[in-house]
Every structure is written in C-alpha cells, then in structure tokens.
Write a new protein. Structure first.
Length: 156
C-alpha cells in the first residue's frame, strides 16, 4: 500500500495543479481501499479468535468509547460467527441450535433483550465467514492499533 502511495508522490517532480493532486490522491485512496477490502474478505478463524481475545482483554485501551449499539453489534456478530443464526431456517454451519433462546426476553430484561434483538438482526448476514469479517472490521474501528497489528500479522 505504502509503495503505491509513494510511487504516486515520486512521479510528481514539477509542482502539479491542485486538480492533479486530487486525482493522484483519490487514485491512491482507491488502491488502498481495494487492498484493504481484499485483505478483509478473507478473515480466518484464527484471526477472528485472536481479535476476539483482544476485544475481551480489559487491559487493551479502546480507540473510541463504544456506544450501546456498538457493544450489542459486537456481541451479535460474535454469536453469529461462532454459533450461527438465531432464528430458523438453520444451515449446516449453524451449531448448538438447542442452546438458542426459545423466545425474546421480556421488556424489563433490557440487556438480554438488546442482545437478542442485535443477534436476530445478524440473521441477514450471509454466513459465519461474513460475520467474522464484520466483527474484525468493527473491532478495528473500536480498538484500533492492536487489532490492526493482528490483521497485518495474519495477512503477511
């Protein structure tokens, strides 16, 4: 990634017009974004487990304060990636279907209900692999460098 950005910068020996600068910057940004999405499209189980370990470590400082929505999304993506869909129809990759809640928690069980609703929303996620990808992306957004370093370690 850095090589592409550096090459774009080195090719400009004369002071270019502002429009050309914008062109080169946007070209480099597209290449960087494409590389990141290619890297993130292949989240292994090992990478997912390492990131989950980072996320559960209370000594890892967050990059930003997680909102309740972020917390429930992290929980839901973890459940979708490890257990599978909350609601039928289940697929072959869904495990432990008997351990799922039989019904939605009552309205006074705020936390349990929020977790249930978030997990139910992840039923639209295509597969466990896609849930792992989304989990790692969200973890990188929330935690930052420790997750980024883990991704780099696994992509090399």
């Amino acid at each position: 990634i850095a090589t592409v950005v550096l090459l774009c910068a080195k090719q400009q020996t004369n002071p270019p017009s502002p429009a050309l600068n914008v062109y080169h910057a946007s070209f480099a940004a597209v290449i960087v974004a494409n590389h990141l999405s290619l890297t993130m499209s292949e989240v292994s189980v090992e990478l997912f487990e390492e990131v989950a370990k980072i996320m559960s470590d209370p000594n890892v400082p967050p990059k930003k304060k997680a909102s309740m929505e972020d917390k429930t999304r992290v929980y839901a993506l973890y459940k979708r990636a490890t257990v599978g869909r909350l609601n039928p129809p289940y697929t072959d990759e869904d495990t432990e279907t008997e351990k799922r809640p039989k019904s939605r928690p009552g309205m006074l069980s705020f936390e349990a209900r929020a977790k249930y609703d978030a997990w139910a929303k992840t039923d639209e996620v295509a597969s466990k692999a896609e849930a792992r990808k989304q989990y790692v992306e969200l973890a990188e957004e929330l935690v930052g460098d420790p997750v980024s370093d883990c991704i780099k370690k696994h992509s090399s």
